[in-house]
Design a binder for this molecule. Structure first.
Ligand code: NAD
Ligand code: MG
Length: 401
């Protein structure tokens, strides 16, 4: 079967790696649609290379920039706009497979549209599960969509599951699983002192020791909020309670995560820190296909280390566990406040150490009321409310910056 693929967020780190893997398999994979929020020159280049039929851009001005950048005799792809455009390609009948690789809660609506349309969803975006894991999984169950986790840790766990447990939206964890062991590199500040953390710059925070990623997830990795989001992600993907998900710091990022079984066995997936491996796993599933990733030299590596996480140095990790144990509303607030805080930090408006303060303050304000999050509109409204609260707190912190 030929897969017809929609790559949401094609100009990002995951998007580019996805196009790299797809280009290695012209006999079985075609690109139907691409999307990008900025970088129209790059998007035009990608659309020419992949011969995409449709591109989605944020607005009319971006569409004009895309047309200006088109320097090929190939016909111009159809251009669609905004969230509606994203939803339309994610659910298009021409599409079999959707790579959800937009950063942040902006991926929620198109990911849900893909879930409702029974697509094969390669889920790189984690924020949509954090904000609306219940709604997303419900849509997957109702439509019979297939979810393949691309986040390297969850992809590793998925690979370590018995085939009968590799289902897309379980309602309870597989009976033989005792725990999920979620590995974390610890990021660039694994051993930083409180004073060093106070003076961290965006460039330092984005300089991850093992992985090359987009700027938002790089900062999330530095604060370890990323690991917290991944705990919530694992909770939804594998129907696993928080107390059965253990975070293990593993600085080499070679063991991508592990599953521990009732008989005491621990199965691990190892590999290079290159996202083309989980992407190729998702695109090829249930077969294994070429990804372009080279050999890994275990002898040269020599050793693998494991530590307990330091919750005092990384308060964001504790905030995420607490949010998962508190409520869905707290998870929405955690994610929204983090997006606002990281953006403000990257623009050098607030300090690195302010990020957990903005999140804690926002969750605190949200928790004072009870929220019913039965529908997407409820989640989106709370997300907007949390962003407004987080922005307010950011302004307060800026004045003492
Ligand atoms: P990135 O910043 O490199 O790329 C993001 C993409 O989303 C770009 O194409 C951008 O144009 C698009 N985009 C940004 N804001 C948008 C908006 N408001 N509306 C529509 N499109 C928008 O990010 P990335 O590192 O590729 O990460 C993408 C997602 O995958 C994130 O959710 C991240 O957590 C997850 N993820 C990434 C990695 C990695 O190695 N990079 C690993 C695991 C999970
Ligand atoms: Mg990850």
């Amino acid at each position: 079967m030929i897969q017809s693929i929609c790559v949401l967020g094609s100009t990002g780190s995951i998007g580019k790696s996805t196009l790299d893997v797809i280009a290695r398999h012209p006999e079985t994979m075609r690109v139907y649609a691409l999307s990008a929020f900025s970088q129209m020159v790059e998007l035009a280049h990608q659309a020419q290379q992949s011969q995409a039929k449709v591109v989605v851009v944020p607005d009319a001005a971006a569409a004009q920039r895309f047309k200006d950048a088109w320097n090929s005799s190939l016909p111009l792809p159809e251009i669609r706009l905004g969230t509606e455009g994203l939803n339309s390609v994610a659910s298009a009948p021409e599409v079999t497979t959707v790579m959800a690789a937009i950063v942040g809660a902006a991926c929620l609506e198109p990911a849900l549209a893909a879930a409702k349309s029974a697509k094969r969803i390669l889920l790189a975006n984690k924020e949509s599960l954090v904000a609306a894991g219940g709604l997303f999984m419900q849509a997957v169950r109702e439509s019979g969509a297939q979810v393949l986790p691309i986040d390297s840790e969850h992809n590793a766990m998925f690979q370590c599951l018995p085939p009968e447990a590799q289902c897309s939206a379980p309602t309870e964890p597989h009976g033989t699983i005792r725990r999920l062991l979620l590995t974390a590199s610890g990021g660039p500040f694994r051993e930083a002192t409180p004073d060093q953390l106070h003076h961290v710059t965006p460039e330092q925070a984005c300089n991850h020791p093992n992985w090359s990623m987009g700027r938002k997830i790089s900062v999330d990795s530095a604060t370890m909020l990323n690991k917290g989001l991944e705990v919530i992600e694992a909770h939804w993907l594998f129907a696993m309670p928080a107390d059965k998900i253990q975070v293990v710091v593993h600085p080499q990022s070679v063991v991508h995560s592990m599953v521990e079984y009732t008989d005491g066995s621990i199965l691990a997936q190892l590999g290079q820190p290159d996202m083309r491996t989980p992407i190729a796993y998702g695109l090829g599933y249930p077969q294994r296909i070429q990804s372009g990733v080279g050999l890994m030299d275990l002898v040269q590596l020599g050793r693998l280390d494991f530590y307990a996480p330091d919750f005092a140095r990384f308060p964001c990790l504790q905030l995420a566990f607490d949010a998962l144990n508190t409520s869905q509303a707290a998870c929405v607030a955690l994610n929204a406040a983090n997006e606002v805080a990281v953006d403000a930090f990257l623009q050098e408006k607030i300090r690195y150490t302010h990020i957990p303060q903005v999140i804690a303050h926002t969750i605190d304000r949200i928790e004072k009321k009870a929220y019913v999050l039965a529908e997407l509109a409820d989640v989106l409204a709370l997300d907007q409310h949390a962003r407004a609260l987080a922005n307010e707190q950011t302004q307060v912190l800026m004045s003492v910056h």
